[in-house]
Design a binder for this molecule. Structure first.
Ligand SMILES: [Mg+2]
Ligand SMILES: [Zn+2]
Length: 211
């Protein structure tokens, strides 16, 4: 079996609470995803952490639920502008994101076309599975990172290893599957990934002479 037969490794990243901070909105009195580009604040470790993953050979994907238009909290244009602002920030830093996938739906939405049961909303693995297929990514070599249990259930259902990232402003959710690992932030999660996959690659060479 040649190594070339294997799919590529990928890291699937939830967005809010992983790449950028939740922001306090006075209208709701709670912490929420950014609703405007000037509310988009990356964590200080986000760019270096993504660069480490990219340098190590992982394809990077962003997989995000953004239901706040469906919930009538903001406009679709606002959500698009934040998405584009993030794409621009990462590109300007030289971080290549292979593809992003967003679900704008919510099951309780009264906005026409956004409340129907959709295939994409996490914890459904649908968005991740589309990306796995489209980019020939091997789920067994890949990871899903998120701050909520819906991210973890999504990644597990797609056959990925998962890391739940602590975020103080994350809304707790119930999950079905326990995360493979927990980390305090994205930087710590990247350390876990690189250490785990280094161990995995050593296991693959068991029986060969050590150096
Ligand atoms: Mg999140
Ligand atoms: Zn959806």
């Amino acid at each position: 079996m040649g190594i070339a037969a294997l799919g590529r490794p990928g890291v699937f990243l939830d967005r809010d609470g992983v790449l950028n901070e939740h922001v306090f909105h006075t209208a709701s009195g709670g912490y929420e995803p950014p609703h405007a580009p000037d509310e988009l604040r990356l964590f200080p470790w986000t760019i270096p952490a993504l660069r480490r993953l990219s340098d190590a050979g992982y394809l990077l994907f962003i997989v995000s639920n953004q239901p706040d238009y469906a919930k009538r909290k903001t406009t679709l244009e606002a959500l698009t502008s934040v998405r584009e602002a993030l794409d621009a920030r990462l590109a300007a830093a030289g971080i290549g994101i292979t593809e992003t996938a967003y679900c704008y739906c919510h099951p309780d939405s009264s906005v026409e076309g956004y409340g129907i049961p959709c295939p994409c909303r996490k914890p459904s693995p649908w968005m991740v599975e589309q990306l796995l297929r489209r980019h020939r990514v091997d789920p067994q070599r890949s990871w899903m990172l998120g701050d909520r249990r819906s991210d973890i259930d999504c990644g597990a259902a797609a056959g990925l290893r998962t890391i739940q990232i602590y975020d103080p402003h994350s809304i707790p959710t119930e999950g079905v599957v326990a995360p493979s690992f927990r980390a305090d932030n994205l930087s710590e999660a990247v350390r876990v990934i690189l250490a785990e996959d280094d161990l995995a690659s050593q296991n693959l060479t068991v029986g060969r002479p050590s150096r």
